[in-house]
Design a protein around this ligand. Structure first.
Ligand SMILES: Nc1ncnc2c1ncn2[C@@H]1O[C@H](COP(=O)(O)OP(=O)(O)OP(=O)(O)O)[C@@H](O)[C@H]1O
Length: 466
């Protein structure tokens, strides 16, 4: 058995809080495919996030191949997420300034288990298997939605995960492409023998799983008859400490690829905007360092990355500081960046922020314009720094997880370095901030009929990252 989740429960917030998942048991065998359907807000994403090591459960446990993942220290949990679980989300999550092959290779380059040659050779092989052998050097912005999703799938498989988790991985695609991507995932699962748990709104596709579950108001219920396993399980090879380099031709190509990549990253950094997926949030030790991996002793490299990760994650904090109403569905949004160890400056490359409003099960971008010039520069952060933006949320229809309020996500991509002119240390970080935001065209009396607040309905309500 690969996944064993027992008695999972998740309550968000304080008093009274939201019981997103009340009770869920989910056991998935090696190579098995389970699907989860359910109404919006029933707790599907929360369940996947707990199973995938992204959101800590309030109660219950999750074992991955026998390891209790929620007992692991954060650093080891991050390794589990990167190496043993593949994620495919609905939202585009590729780094826009990296070519397809670099995006796919990146999770493998972040660990120390494989050589860059191996990572690039496997990335090339996976791109071929998802039908993109001729698009390896294409940038995500030049690809269709279906092609981008294929790249995301290749990236999810780069570290040979034991478990692939998909949260509505195809729901924004047209019917035919959705069908193709689903079939592709299923074929890859049989070939690579990873277990797969997919959340989908599409019942017809969900029924193709070995077992189907329905999430109903936070409770996971089995539904439908099990399908016979089609393929005989393939024996997973024992992991080796350091995988062998790829064949010479592929290795040489790969080496050229990441050398070029390293040279161009800093110049291209200004073009980066937020689109990276949740699992990459704190992990992308920028492609700049890729060529250097060959030269470093593994231990030295590990230590340096750990220090940089510490710098870029715990030392630098950021979130929404305030939101004020400007009228005509415009808001001034202030985001703060704070260096908690002010004695060591941190250099941040132009926070590039995008705003999204949830519409249906997806997110629709809404214009977000920086007010200050500061957001276009390399910034030395020594204390608390504020960035102001104008957010224009003129949507007539949006998803109301909280009655009348918009569910808004601000996504902030930053390149972080301990040096003002980064030479060899650069870390990409993507933060997502979530708020409920009161639309301009609803009066407080209307809201108060449906939601009880201690005072007048607030303009915005902060939510923890999810
Ligand atoms: N970070 C959070 N803070 C507070 N409440 C949350 C948070 N994340 C989710 N919720 C709430 O938990 C409940 C379950 O949400 P979840 O996203 O897991 O459902 P879902 O079934 O995946 O919905 P959808 O299909 O719309 O994505 C919802 O009521 C949602 O508003």
């Amino acid at each position: 058995m690969i996944l064993s989740a027992k008695g999972l429960r998740k309550r968000y917030g304080g008093d009274p809080g939201v019981d997103a998942v009340i009770c869920a048991d989910l056991i998935v065998g090696a190579g098995e495919f389970v699907s989860i359907v359910g109404r919006s807000g029933s707790g599907k994403s929360t369940l996947l996030a707990m199973v995938g090591g992204l959101t800590a459960p309030t109660a219950g446990r999750v074992q991955l191949a026998g390891d209790e993942i929620w007992d692991l220290p954060e650093a080891q949990l991050a390794d589990v997420r990167r190496e043993r679980i593949g994620f495919v989300f609905q939202f585009p999550s590729l780094l826009p300034n990296l070519r397809a092959i670099d995006n796919v290779a990146l999770p493998a380059l972040l660990g120390n288990d494989v050589t860059p040659e191996y990572a690039y050779a496997r990335a090339q092989g996976l791109l071929a298997r998802v039908g993109l052998s001729d698009r390896t050097t294409t940038f995500p912005g030049q690809m269709s939605g279906g092609e981008q999703r294929r790249v995301v799938i290749a990236r999810a498989l780069i570290n040979e995960p034991q478990l692939l988790l998909g949260d509505e991985p195809t729901s924004d695609l047209d019917e035919e492409t959705e069908e193709e991507i689903f079939a592709l995932l299923d074929n890859l699962r049989r070939e690579e023998n990873f277990a797969m748990a997919l959340v989908t709104h599409n019942h017809a596709l969900a029924q193709r799983a070995d077992r189907m579950f329905e999430m109903r108001q936070g409770i996971l219920l089995p539904c439908g008859e099990p399908r016979a396993l089609v393929a005989a399980p393939i024996q997973r090879p024992e992991p080796t400490a350091l995988k062998a380099p790829a064949p010479v031709g592929a290795a040489a190509d790969g080496a050229r690829d990441f050398e070029k990549l390293g040279k161009t990253l800093w110049a291209a950094a200004g073009r980066i905007f937020a689109a990276a997926a949740l699992m990459f949030v704190l992990a992308s030790a920028a492609n700049y360092g890729v060529a250097r991996y060959q030269q470093y002793e593994l231990d030295a490299g590990r230590q340096r990355l750990a220090a940089l990760e510490e710098l870029a994650t715990s030392t630098l904090q950021s979130d929404i500081a305030s939101i004020t109403r400007l009228g005509d569905s415009r808001y001034e949004v202030t985001i703060y960046l704070e260096n908690t160890k002010a004695e060591h400056p941190i250099y941040v490359m132009s926070p590039s922020v995008q705003g999204f409003v949830q519409v249906g099960v997806g997110w629709q971008e809404a214009p977000l314009t920086p007010i200050d010039d500061a957001t276009a520069a390399v910034l030395k952060v020594t204390g608390r720094q504020l960035y102001r933006f104008i957010f224009e949320a003129r949507l007539t229809k949006f998803t109301e997880l909280l009655p009348h309020y918009m569910h808004v996500r601000f996504s902030n991509t930053m390149l972080v370095s301990p040096e003002s002119t980064p030479t060899n240390e650069l870390f990409q970080r993507v933060d997502n901030y979530y708020v409920y935001l009161k639309p301009d065209n609803v009066d407080d009396a209307t809201i108060a009929k449906d939601v009880r607040f201690p005072g007048p309905p607030p303009l915005w309500i902060w939510m923890p990252p999810h």
